[in-house]
Design a protein around this ligand. Structure first.
Ligand code: CO
Length: 608
């Protein structure tokens, strides 16, 4: 017999509907789902914490509690990113521990714990805490393909997780690229080596091989397979629950689940799927077997495309595709899952645009210093030197990264008291610690839901749809963004006219601005423009090396600065990029505010 772990309330709608399903969409079907007898049901964690407070004006803790009350018979599970919890940076133990305790209290029974680098030191505290509060700890390894990620290595890691006290173990194939042979090999290897707790295989339908992989996994003795009820399955989501149940019917792996109940669920979720039709993407539903060749997860590929487009370098796509495995090897083969996929991807883009290891974002430096955890393969001395300089040994840590972080619990409790939103509810402290800005805005009641339920389903050319699709799926202009917004359909509507161009006249670059009256302003270097921003070269001007947003300005007018001092930090492709002083001097003028967009070559400040 195999059992199923159901994904429709977390991974499935995160993969296909931008995590937009609401509690009200879930509740009417809970009683039916609760009768199926799933091994566990994933309802929380991952993006289901961030999206509700950011976009839906919903409290994630309340959702969890409500779902538990509606499904008392089904173990509810969350996806927990070890010391990153439900975000992408490390938190101290005094945030991780209460988070898990409160999740358990509000109705989470099972915790699937994983670390992007499979660093067991990052998983230890979460696993122990789950055990302390009486939960089910599922230790999870991220599946990836590299010379150091052998079947034997994965088997060893799974056995280690079992020794650490896990109640079950899991292979997490987040990119949907596990081959049937490897699925069989790892599970059989674990069982043959005496692995004694249930083993679970999590995959996505990306490659199109998932049915074969599940068959081979079952043959190897796999205990649990991850699936999603069919209307929100397939493609970048998981394999369809009903199909897997039917495929195993009458075999030694028969789940014993009632197909009529599941068909009832299917009918219900067809309506939910339709309600969110403004988020449907053909590309996400189709299999993409190319992942079995280049091994780069789909989400990472589309990020690379949009990041290159932001830097006006869309034509460098193939070079970046070739550079990515090179960077990954130099960084010790991290699995490509957030946040390490971001580090590898952006570094590959930087290497192609500016020369190899010439421009290095702070996140790459932190990774190399060991602040994400230990790299799967050692990093060479040459790479250490290129990234951190000759004194690299002073900067590299060999302890658990979270040991370097100060406690935060009391600080964030203080923040809530100061902001007068402290309601004697510990959950709010954790929400604020994990998402300081968005969390506080939500708790103050200032969060605006992006649309209200009565507006659904939205027209596919509704402006809200366009904004959301644009921010969430920048890679897909072909589906939605070609559809004109209603206000721009009028001929000559302002939204359609670009107002700034970089043009070349006789080989000289000119910046051309089109004013709203239709006249041209052509500027050719020279002093500051009336708006206060210089339009050309300024003596002692510090220029932005790339396009991004101004994240932090570290100096003020009148400050004297040293050569090499960090003047400002740009946010480029969601990563931090230092802007340093090329020579010593005094800050005479600053032309950009924090939060402003910055173009490549734009003058940030003047230093004389
Ligand atoms: Co997944």
């Amino acid at each position: 017999m195999v059992q199923l772990h159901e994904l429709i309330f977390r991974d499935a709608h995160q993969s296909l509907l931008a995590t937009r399903m609401r509690t009200e969409d879930m509740l009417p079907i809970c009683e039916t789902i609760d009768q199926v007898g799933f091994f566990s049901f994933e309802v929380w964690g991952g993006a289901t914490f961030d999206v509700p407070i950011r976009y839906l004006n919903e409290d994630p803790w309340t959702r969890l509690k409500t779902l538990k009350e509606a499904m008392p018979n089904t173990p509810l599970q969350m996806l927990e990113r070890a010391m990153n919890i439900v975000a992408y940076r490390n938190f101290p133990d005094d945030i991780v521990k209460p988070f898990i305790r409160l999740a358990k209290k509000n109705g989470c029974d099972n915790f699937r714990i994983f670390d992007a680098l499979n660093d067991m030191r990052n998983m230890k505290v979460p696993i122990e805490t789950v055990k302390d509060v009486g939960g089910h700890a599922q230790g999870c390894i991220c599946y990836t393909i590299s010379p150091v990620h052998t079947v034997d290595k994965f088997v060893d890691d799974l056995l280690t997780l079992e020794k650490m006290g896990c109640d079950s173990v899991c292979i997490k194939d987040m990119a949907g690229m596990i081959f049937p042979k490897e699925a069989y090999g790892i599970i059989k290897g674990y069982k043959d080596a005496g692995g004694g707790v249930p083993i679970d295989l999590h995959t996505h339908s990306t490659s199109g091989m998932e049915g074969l992989s599940y068959q081979r996994a079952a043959e190897a003795g796999c205990d649990i397979l991850d699936t999603a009820i069919s209307p929100i399955s397939g493609g970048t989501a998981g394999p369809p629950t009903e199909s897997i149940v039917q495929a195993f019917k009458g075999t030694e792996w028969d789940t014993g689940y009632d197909i009529d109940l599941l068909m009832e669920c299917r009918d219900y979720f067809l309506k939910i799927w339709d309600k969110y039709r403004h988020l449907h993407r053909m590309k996400a539903i189709r299999p993409d077997p190319s992942v079995t060749v280049h091994q780069i997860p789909g989400g990472m590929l589309s990020n690379l495309v949009s990041q290159l487009e932001q830097q006006d370098a869309g034509d460098k796509y193939l070079e970046v595709l070739a550079e990515t495995p090179r960077v990954r090897a130099e960084l010790g083969y991290p699995p490509l899952v957030t946040p390490t996929s971001q580090v590898v991807g952006v570094q590959a883009v930087m290497n192609v645009l500016f020369g190899r290891w010439k421009v290095i974002p702070n996140e790459t430096k932190q990774y190399v210093r060991g602040f994400y955890g230990q790299s799967p393969a050692p990093i060479s001395e040459e790479v250490y030197k290129m990234v951190l300089g000759d004194n690299w040994k002073d900067e590299v840590i060999d302890c658990r990264p979270a040991d370097m972080i100060e406690p935060q619990y009391d600080h964030f409790k203080g923040v809530l008291e100061e902001e007068a939103v402290w309601k004697d509810r510990e959950e709010d402290i954790i929400t604020t610690a994990i998402y300081p800005e968005v969390g506080l805005k939500f708790l103050k009641g200032e969060a605006q839901p992006e649309f209200i339920s009565e507006q659904l389903p939205l027209d596919k050319d509704h402006p809200l749809t366009r904004g959301m699709v644009k921010s969430f799926f920048p890679e897909l202009p072909d589906v939605y963004l070609e559809i004109d917004p209603p206000e721009a359909r009028k001929v000559g509507g302002p939204a359609q006219i670009p107002t700034e161009f970089d043009v070349e006249v006789n080989g000289e670059p000119f910046e051309v601005k089109v004013t709203p009256t239709g006249g041209f302003v052509v500027s050719e270097g020279g002093p500051a423009a009336p708006g206060g921003k210089p339009t050309g070269d300024v003596e002692g001007g510090v220029k932005s090396p790339m396009q991004g947003n101004m994240w932090k300005i570290k100096v003020a007018v009148g400050d004297t600065v040293e050569e090499g001092q960090v003047l400002a930090i740009l946010e480029v492709m969601k990563m931090e990029q230092d802007v340093k002083a090329e020579k010593a001097g005094e800050v005479k003028e600053i032309f950009i505010n924090e939060g402003d967009p910055v173009k490549k070559g734009e003058c940030i400040m003047q230093i004389l």
